[in-house]
Ligand binder design. Structure first.
Ligand SMILES: [Zn+2]
Length: 322
């Protein structure tokens, strides 16, 4: 069931709605590599948009990325950018390697037209398309797929990244910008809010940044779940800066530290989002839901950095090579 969460997340993020989810055909057998997901995604249409448009091909030997049909050199496929040329193409399903990188000199393009480009539009497109693809070089590595960066911005991963970045910037010290987070107590200090200052998540204490991310009953439940998932000792935060301490003391490789740090910051971000959902939409987010979101978004975030080809199964059990 949870394997589907990632699909749901992406689809929801792109289409901003859960209403249509029921109508999306979901292949439960897809749990393997991204290429499998991409292959099945190309047939999966959600609200008129191809699921695979979330991915962008990274050309290696050019043998498996379709020159016109797959997005690779641009977030949009070439058939969309150059429709007049695509009409003239003899083999619409040709691969990248069929068109570029074949000749002795760099920049040569091997076109195969049904009819030579002749109209103003066709000629303009041939010039522009040539400029775009002529720098492509092939090598012996296999083609791969990455998250389409443009579309990624529609996901909250981008927001997460900026959290992580602010967290990392030593210039401002580890005080981060937590004091800038508009908790009720912070707002009261600025005379913006009057009335009840209770934490909306637990209702048991005043809502300060420190409370929300550390001792709050909800946060505590989330940290517990995250620690269990990451196979690290239970997390007891006394201050937000303890996150850095946990990472420093985890005794792992730099890469793993970086990963752990990202996950912990992402957790803070998701807790804060849960708080906002409660304040603005009166929506109660369950602890399990927060944990599950951290896993899904963490997966997107980690994969988007291209440093690991961990699959969802490995990520879900936190059992993979780093
Ligand atoms: Zn609380």
């Amino acid at each position: 069931m949870e394997g589907d969460a990632i699909w749901r997340k992406v689809v929801d993020a792109v289409h901003g709605s859960k209403r249509r989810w029921q109508s999306v055909p979901c292949n439960r057998n897809v749990s393997g590599t991204w290429s499998k997901i991409v292959n099945s995604g190309s047939r999966l249409i959600v609200n008129g948009s191809s699921f695979s448009s979330l991915m962008q091909g990274k050309v290696g030997n050019g043998l498996s990325i379709k020159f016109w049909i797959d997005p690779w050199i641009n977030p949009l496929p070439l058939k969309t950018l150059f429709p007049a040329l695509f009409r003239l193409e003899k083999n619409k399903w040709c691969m990248v390697a069929d068109r570029v990188g074949n000749d002795d000199f760099v920049g040569a393009i091997t076109w195969d037209w049904k009819k030579y480009p002749a109209t103003v539009q066709e000629i303009a497109e041939v010039v522009e398309c040539s400029q775009m693809v002529s720098g492509t070089t092939l090598d012996s590595s296999r083609d791969s797929w990455e998250w389409n960066k443009g579309r990624l911005q529609q996901l909250t991963v981008q927001e997460t990244k900026s959290w992580i970045k602010s967290f990392n910037s030593d210039a401002v010290g580890h005080t981060f910008r937590w004091n800038r987070i508009p908790t009720k107590v912070a707002l009261r200090r600025r005379n913006i809010l009057v009335g009840d200052c209770k934490c909306v998540l637990c209702g048991e204490a005043e809502e300060t940044a420190k409370h929300v991310f550390t001792v709050c009953r909800i946060a505590d439940g989330v940290w517990n779940g995250i620690a269990r998932w990451c196979h690290i000792p239970p997390i007891f935060l006394f201050s937000i800066n303890d996150i850095q301490t946990i990472v420093d003391q985890s005794g792992s490789s730099n890469r793993k530290k970086e990963l752990l740090h990202g996950i912990l910051v992402l957790t803070c971000w998701r807790i804060w989002k849960a708080r906002n959902e409660k304040v603005f939409t009166k929506n109660n987010t369950k602890i399990t839901e927060i944990i599950s979101d951290v896993k899904s978004l963490g997966f997107l975030w980690y994969r988007s950095r291209g440093k690991s080809d961990v699959d969802w199964k490995g990520w879900h059990s936190f059992n993979f090579l780093m």
